[in-house]
Design a protein around this ligand. Structure first.
Ligand SMILES: [Fe+2]
Length: 298
């Protein structure tokens, strides 16, 4: 274990990345040139075997990032040291460009839930989550990113989610994986302004961005959005993404598509769209932005 935390975050791919899923292994290789990186869930590689060998081959061809789903950073019982050891082993082996997890919990006692469950945003939770993040960074020897969750119920909170995220960054030195689709889903489900949420985020705290598709369902005549990762990115989410880049600068961006997978060519149209937005964002900055840049330069 090391107490030295790597804080430099210099990974700035000019092309969007893709969340690697099992079904992609046979089709992705000829398309790697169009992608900036691949993101994997390290838990899928905890057992040695064919998956590890296939990942080994891909890691020689394209940068890899890790996106954990099982650490349960929101657990009040602390973290699983065996889980952290397995993560450390894979991080030492593959040296991913980034490691991210979620502001959520999924473990209680010996029960492991298949969902990333929401937290109350309070001082008490802030302390617990921050302690868990510090332990993780210490154990893994690197700065981590933490993702804003999609939620379908909310606890009584004493602060907003964006304030909670900012205070976590202040306390731990981690950074934010900003999932634009999660924000949009939450803003519809809980009726708040997603643009104000983005305005409140500090640009330097955002280390990476996620994009994904969602689905809608009807609950007692009320529309509820579910973060299914099973469709194209919605137009509203593309607009929020563009707004984020204009206001906060270009960030490494990744597309998540997990179920109802279409042919890889169709998925890559979405990653290409994100790449095009990243590379053309300067042309879309409003005049106020240029005035600001000129004023700072003089
Ligand atoms: Fe995400």
């Amino acid at each position: 274990m090391t107490s030295e935390i790597t804080t430099a975050y210099t990974f700035k791919p000019k092309k969007a990345g893709l969340g690697l899923r099992d079904a992609h292994y046979d089709t992705i290789q000829p398309h790697l040139n169009s992608l900036g990186f691949l993101e994997i869930h390290p838990e899928n590689y905890f057992g040695a075997g064919a998956e590890l060998k296939r990942l080994d081959e891909l890691a020689d061809l394209i940068p890899i990032t890790f996106h954990g789903v099982g650490l349960s950073l929101g657990s009040s019982q602390g973290l699983s040291i065996p889980h952290l050891r397995k993560l450390r082993y894979l991080i030492d082996k593959f040296k991913p460009m980034a490691f991210s997890e979620h502001i959520a919990w999924s473990v209680s006692g010996n029960a492991h839930m298949p969902d990333l469950l929401p937290l109350p945003y309070s001082n008490e939770t802030l302390e617990k989550v921050s302690d868990n993040i510090k332990l993780t960074q210490d154990f893994l020897g690197r700065e981590i990113l933490v993702e804003n969750p999609s939620t379908y119920l909310r606890f009584k909170s004493t602060m907003s989610e964006d304030e909670f995220m900012s205070r976590i960054v202040e306390k731990t030195g981690c950074r934010i994986l900003f999932d634009v689709n999660n924000l949009y889903v939450n803003s519809v489900n809980f009726l708040f302004d997603p643009y104000e949420y983005i305005d409140n985020l500090d640009a330097k705290n955002i280390g990476q961005i996620h994009l994904a598709g969602h689905s809608a369902c009807d609950i007692d005549g009320k529309v509820c959005l579910i973060d299914t990762h099973s469709t194209n990115v919605a137009e509203e989410v593309w607009r929020l993404y563009e707004y984020t880049l204009i206001k906060k600068g270009t960030k490494p961006t990744l597309l998540e598509w997990d179920s109802n997978l279409p042919p890889i060519e169709e998925i890559l149209l979405e990653t290409q769209k994100a790449t095009d937005i990243m590379n053309n964002i300067d042309n879309k900055k409003p005049m106020e932005h240029y005035r600001e840049v000129m004023a700072n330069a003089s």
